[in-house]
Design a protein around this ligand. Structure first.
Ligand code: ADP
Ligand code: MG
Length: 328
């Protein structure tokens, strides 16, 4: 790969968990109902993401690994109305620039699949291959050609934990998708994909915690003005010492539990939270795609609303109502 390609890759792919995030997002964009994520050696030895989505047509596989080749965006205007998770066409080329990748895919309707092998940005082989519909991407020896980046990573256990946290986020954001996570051969997470958020939450936090969570379902406005808040929050008695159990999604895209959204959420508890304690929350905020800008950072974990005040007021009110109705 060229130096430029490696630098660009570094912006999107900081660590193994970034690979998992990008591959899972692609699987979700492809309409997958079942996603299996496997990681070995902290994700450095191998990350494998298998989906049953729409697949990639054989004659488009090479293109999918070319820079800025996205099938999801047609005009610059679309940047304000993105409905898919991906849109930059950067992930696959960035991953392939810094790893050895094998992509096996079969498009819906095609009677045979294709296998593409690409390493360090160079296509090694492309051949027809029998496989089930959908896509499996295996990423081996991540950062093998950028040893400096590899040196900056933390322990395998820490990288595996970051991978688990990415899969957890998406399993909670997409309860209708069946997720499996296998770390070093051990099944660590499995959701049913039955569409029920509380069911997915049981898999992750256990029945005892999940059944105490309060349901939230509020909406105001319509069309471009729509703000809808749905999900689960903890009663004030069920708090944590960090914000790790706050999962926030905008249009089902995970964002960091910090900044104004986190403050508004926690302020809704008013005096109910002890100092240094944080609620648990799994909340998806739905707004019109044109009312949110997800194009702030390449890793897409931050967003800007067109009407921040309105979003914050709906969120605060929804949480306060749930707390009030629960009688606390
Ligand atoms: P983006 O997601 O921003 O479009 P990517 O580099 O992540 O860019 O992917 C490039 C293209 O490859 C996508 O636009 C899509 O057409 C195709 N693609 C990638 N992963 C999958 C998948 N799991 N299933 C179907 N198509 C995929
Ligand atoms: Mg993508």
């Amino acid at each position: 790969a060229t130096v430029a390609a490696q630098i660009a890759a570094g912006e999107v792919i900081e660590r193994p968990a970034s690979v998992v995030r990008e591959l899972v997002e692609n699987a979700l964009d492809a309409g997958a109902r079942r996603i299996v994520v496997e990681a070995r050696g902290g994700g450095l030895r191998e990350i494998r993401v298998q989906d049953d989505g729409c697949g990639i047509p054989a004659d488009e596989v090479e293109l999918a690994f070319a820079r800025h080749a996205t099938s999801k965006l047609s005009t610059a205007d679309d940047l304000w109305s993105i409905a898919t998770l991906g849109f930059r066409g950067e992930a696959l080329p960035s991953i392939a620039a810094v790893a050895q990748v094998i992509c096996v895919t079969r498009a819906a309707g095609a009677d045979v699949g294709v296998e593409l092998r690409i390493a360090g940005g160079e296509v090694q082989a492309i051949m027809p291959r029998g496989c089930s519909p959908g896509t499996t991407i295996s990423v081996r020896n991540l950062f093998y050609n950028t040893p400096v980046r590899r040196d900056f990573l933390r322990s395998d256990a820490a990288e595996s934990a970051a991978i688990t946290s990415v899969v957890t986020q998406y399993a909670l954001a997409y309860p209708e998708v069946r997720f499996s996570l296998v770390i070093d051969g051990r099944a660590t997470l499995q959701t049913s994909g039955n569409g029920d958020l509380r069911a997915a939450t049981i898999e992750i936090y256990g029945l005892d915690v999940a059944r105490q969570l309060l349901a939230i379902d509020a909406a105001v406005g319509e069309g471009v003005d729509l703000v809808q808040v749905r999900g689960l929050v903890s009663p004030p008695g069920l708090t944590r010492s960090s914000r790790a159990a706050i999962h926030l999604f905008i249009n089902r895209r995970a964002i960091q539990p910090r900044g104004q959204i986190a403050i508004v959420l926690e302020e809704a508890y008013h005096t109910l939270l002890m100092k240094g304690r944080h609620p648990m929350a799994i909340l998806n905020i739905t707004v019109h795609p044109a009312a949110v800008d997800v194009n702030v950072h390449p890793t897409k974990s931050e967003v800007k609303f067109r009407n921040t005040t309105q979003v914050m007021s709906v969120l605060g009110r929804a949480v306060r109502t749930a707390l009030l109705e629960s009688g606390v």
